[in-house]
Design a protein around this ligand. Structure first.
Ligand SMILES: [Cu+2]
Length: 200
């Protein structure tokens, strides 16, 4: 009888274990749910409330929040050149309600393309690489023009031929990017001094 009693006494033990197993399962489920939210969030750095939204809602919020999608352009053109330096111009519009931070410009042939600004005045104007990103405020335009901010080809690997098109990839600080076509045309201006080391 004592032996049976001991066995009976042991019964509660599995009962204790069962809830523990459930706890473990709950923990695992919570962890995977959190991981799921984290994955959604990494694709949507701008949206801080994605975790409170359904996956469908947060993916549409994600699409709206890319900087590249806020950009439209007009009058984009590039100066024809055989080799060496050249520049690209146009107006960049921010149609979104977040700042657009143009971080990098690239093209298919791997030219080095810098964001340049003009400094000084009159005869002493020279250009230099912009420090940091080119920021376009919500709803604002930034004009890239000879004598002002511009995109600078530092050493063309292929000629920019008049009447052809140069496609540049504009990459923003959130990692989003968009391709913009620049109509190549002959232009006699935009021969600004390049103030590379401010020594010449
Ligand atoms: Cu320049």
């Amino acid at each position: 009888m004592r032996h049976r009693a001991t066995v009976a006494f042991g019964v509660p033990a599995p009962r204790v274990r069962t809830p523990r197993k459930l706890e473990t399962m709950k923990t695992k489920m919570t962890t995977s749910l959190l991981l799921g939210s984290a994955l959604l969030l990494t694709g949507c750095a701008q949206s801080t409330d994605a975790s409170s939204q359904s996956p469908a809602a947060s993916s549409s919020a994600e699409q709206k929040s890319t900087q590249a999608q806020g950009l439209t352009t007009s009058d984009t053109w590039a100066k024809a050149a055989e080799s060496g330096m050249s520049a690209a111009f146009g107006t960049l519009h921010n149609t979104s309600d977040i700042p657009l931070e143009l971080h990098r410009v690239t093209n298919a042939q791997g030219d080095e393309i810098q964001l340049h600004e003009m400094t000084g005045s009159g005869q002493n104007m020279s250009m230099k690489e912009l420090e940091g990103d080119l920021v376009i405020s919500p709803g604002a335009d930034v004009e890239l023009a000879p004598g002002g901010n511009h995109l600078m080809f530092m050493d063309l690997k292929k000629p920019l031929v008049a009447a052809q098109t140069a496609t540049l990839t504009l990459e923003f600080s959130d990692g989003s990017s968009t391709n913009v076509d620049f109509a190549i045309r002959n232009f006699d201006g935009a021969k600004e001094n390049y103030d590379e080391h401010a020594g010449h």
